[in-house]
Design a protein around this ligand. Structure first.
Ligand SMILES: C[S@@+](CC[C@H](N)C(=O)[O-])C[C@H]1O[C@@H](n2cnc3c(N)ncnc32)[C@H](O)[C@@H]1O
Length: 207
């Protein structure tokens, strides 16, 4: 099953399944971006809009992109703010965004599904204003090293969604290659997690 189809299948239960990674990401994003003010926000892989509501309250306008019709449909139903524009877009292709249009890009739990980080950082650099920030929250690679990846339940079957392992150094190298400066790198655990490995990693890069 393609990644796109997998998410459209999962979209009906994504918000209600037990999912500590999703829940921790929501907490971490609100903590990291608390008090942040942005005029124009780009959300990559917005999914069902779990974080879009928060971004819409924080920014003047949010452009929310995703390539799954099913996830976008859930997001549109959930997020009633009139300052949000949802659009279908494949992030591995040139983004439907003008140059230097955003103060802040937010990308949560998406990049494990995208092989080429260089393209993502290059597009991010293109669409950010000078001084703009790029916030990433991802499944920690240490989890991936022990076989963890996104799964969902389809009937009696557990479905794995295709994923690529990106080391911490891969994020840093891809960012540095196009001139981003790293402002923050943090590792995160859910209250129910064992001491190792960390569940999430977040980065804040500045153009
Ligand atoms: C685990 S969900 C995360 C959704 C949301 N960001 C959140 O934190 O709840 C991953 C999302 O990335 C989207 N996605 C994965 N690969 C993509 C691509 N190449 N282009 C656009 N969206 C993609 C999926 O459709 C899905 O909605």
């Amino acid at each position: 099953m393609s990644i796109q189809d997998a998410y459209t299948h999962w979209s009906h239960n994504y918000d209600t399944d037990r999912n500590l990674t999703r829940d921790l990401d929501q907490i971490v994003t609100r903590q990291m971006l608390a008090n942040y003010k942005a005029a124009s926000i780009l959300e990559l892989g917005c999914g069902t809009g779990k974080n879009t509501v928060f971004l819409a309250d924080m920014g003047q306008h949010v452009t929310a992109l995703d390539f799954s019709e099913g996830m976008l449909a859930q997001g549109k139903a959930k997020v009633q703010h009139d300052n949000v524009t949802f659009s279908i877009a494949d992030l591995t292709q040139p983004w439907p965004c003008p140059d230097q249009a955003f103060d802040l890009i937010v990308c949560n739990l998406v990049l494990e599904h995208i092989e080429d980080l260089s393209f993502i950082f290059s597009e991010a650099r293109r669409v950010l204003v000078a001084g703009g920030q790029f916030f990433i929250s991802e499944l920690h690679p240490s989890k991936q090293y022990v076989g963890k990846k996104a799964t969902f339940q389809q009937g009696d079957d557990v479905r794995f969604i295709d994923a690529f392992v990106h080391h911490i150094s891969s994020f840093l190298d891809a960012a540095q290659a196009v001139g981003f400066t790293m402002r923050s790198l943090k590792e995160w655990w859910h209250d129910e997690d064992a001491p190792i490995p960390p569940r999430l990693v977040t980065f804040l890069f500045e153009k």
